[in-house]
Design a protein around this ligand. Structure first.
Ligand code: G
Ligand code: MN
Length: 406
């Protein structure tokens, strides 16, 4: 048999096995316990059911966790080098799904709370009652496999986001997203002169579990950290943008929840220093529920010098109510209205109608997502004020003249 299950040397835990418990046969268990006698006795009890890897301290456990996927982790709380709670935190950096069972001889409220916060599966008191470990492990490993299957199905099936089902994993991923956040800039052209008159700043990050800005926003929503994310983006925009001309524009996406962040309204905030150049985009997708409050907030932003744009107009979310409530200076047509407009009389009429309406209200129209020459030709005929899309330029990090300080 390939698996090592029991201590082979007297001086430490046995080394890894070669079969892959995750995919076939017995579930793979990482057992972390510094008490040699207890570890050995647990191995004896559990080796029939589990392919066991052992670690005698937090560091060794972390190394093993980075090398392979486990179905379940059983760990002591009081460990040399790193406590079981530290270990749990590290586990979540590598694996969002694996259930972790913590064991302790001296339970304390604090560690129990931390354990729950970090998504521990359960908490076992030593000495164990008969069958308690086996029972907890069996439930945990089954649920862990299920969570993994579910997540794999989810991430194969659609938007590419593999959001954590547990708070600890989500927090870790979100913080990595914040730490690795960067901005891409996509040019916006004047419809008549076809010169670049501004850029849209687009949030990007290097966190693999959050491959789209939508995934980062969803995590921020779930963790109630939208303000923090918004501040980070606005700070970065202010630090990197140099207008291509004195009246050059930088378009910045706002989440509806950012409208309740006091920092946004501060005259001292970094972005307020360049407010005259900034167009704040508020997506039509978001529900702006309180009309009176929305109007007041829009007025406060204008007083600071900002202009306001409705983003994704026509995507079919909030109807035209956000349009009426915000009275934006700029309207960005959703790219679904631009896509294939040359073959779609309905799209053409809709864009024509919105463009006419905006003109009569002195609002500027941006056509977003122009990818082809025929789309461009139709949009030109309709006389949209500004143009944006892959045809003119993709969002880029590289130093684009006018977007980033040297
Ligand atoms: O919701 P909002 O309009 O802010 O989203 C802009 C997104 O659209 C960006 O992520 C950007 O990369 C993408 N985008 C920009 N131009 C085009 C385009 O021409 N075609 C497509 N498919 N996407 C685009
Ligand atoms: Mn936008």
């Amino acid at each position: 048999m390939a698996s090592s299950t029991e201590l082979q040397r007297g001086d430490g835990p046995s080394d890894s096995t070669s079969d892959s418990g995750s995919n076939s046969g017995r579930p793979r268990l990482l057992l972390v316990e510094d008490d040699d006698a207890l570890r050995r006795s647990l191995v004896r009890i559990l080796r029939r059911e589990y392919a066991i890897d052992e670690a005698a301290d937090g560091q060794e456990a972390t190394e093993k966790l980075t090398k392979r996927t486990y179905d379940v982790v059983l760990s002591d709380i009081n460990l040399p080098h790193a406590s079981g709670v530290d270990l749990l935190r590290r586990v979540r950096e590598h694996d969002l799904d694996v259930p972790v069972i913590l064991m302790t001889g001296q339970p304390s409220i604090e560690t129990a709370i931390q354990a729950v916060d970090l998504g521990a599966f359960t908490y076992l008191r030593k000495p164990f009652e008969n069958g308690a470990v086996e029972q907890a492990l069996s439930r945990a490993s089954k649920l862990g496999r299920l969570a993994r299957i579910k997540r794999e199905a989810l991430s194969n099936g659609g938007d590419g986001s593999a959001l954590a089902g547990d708070r600890a994993g989500l927090t870790t991923s979100f913080e990595r997203a914040l730490d690795t956040l960067w901005l891409a800039f996509q040019p916006i052209l004047d419809g008549r002169t076809q010169r670049t008159v501004g850029f849209e700043a687009l949030m990007r990050c290097k966190e693999p579990s959050m491959p789209t800005p939508g995934a980062v926003l969803e995590a921020a929503e779930r963790l109630d950290r939208i303000h923090e994310l918004g501040r980070r983006v606005r700070e970065r925009v202010a630090a990197s943008f140099v207008p291509p001309a004195p009246d050059g524009m930088i378009f910045v996406n706002l989440h509806a929840a950012e409208l309740s962040d006091p920092e946004l309204y501060s005259e001292k905030s970094p972005l307020s220093q360049i407010a005259q150049n900034v167009v704040l985009e508020i997506t039509e997708r978001s529900a702006l529920e309180d009309v009176a409050e929305t109007r007041e907030r829009a007025a406060a932003l204008r007083k600071l010098g900002y202009r306001i744009a409705i983003d994704d107009l026509g995507a079919g979310y909030a109807g035209l109510t956000s349009f009426a409530n915000l009275e934006p200076e700029v309207v960005k047509l959703d790219m679904s209205l631009v896509r294939g407009i040359e073959d779609s009389p309905v799209r053409y009429r809709i864009v024509e109608g919105i463009t006419d309406l905006c003109r009569s209200l002195s609002m500027k129209v941006v056509a977003e997502g122009i990818e082809t020459q025929p789309e461009f030709d139709q949009i030109q005929q309709l006389g949209c004020d500004y143009l944006q899309g892959y045809l003119f330029g993709r969002p880029k990090r590289a130093r684009v003249a006018g977007t980033q300080r040297a």
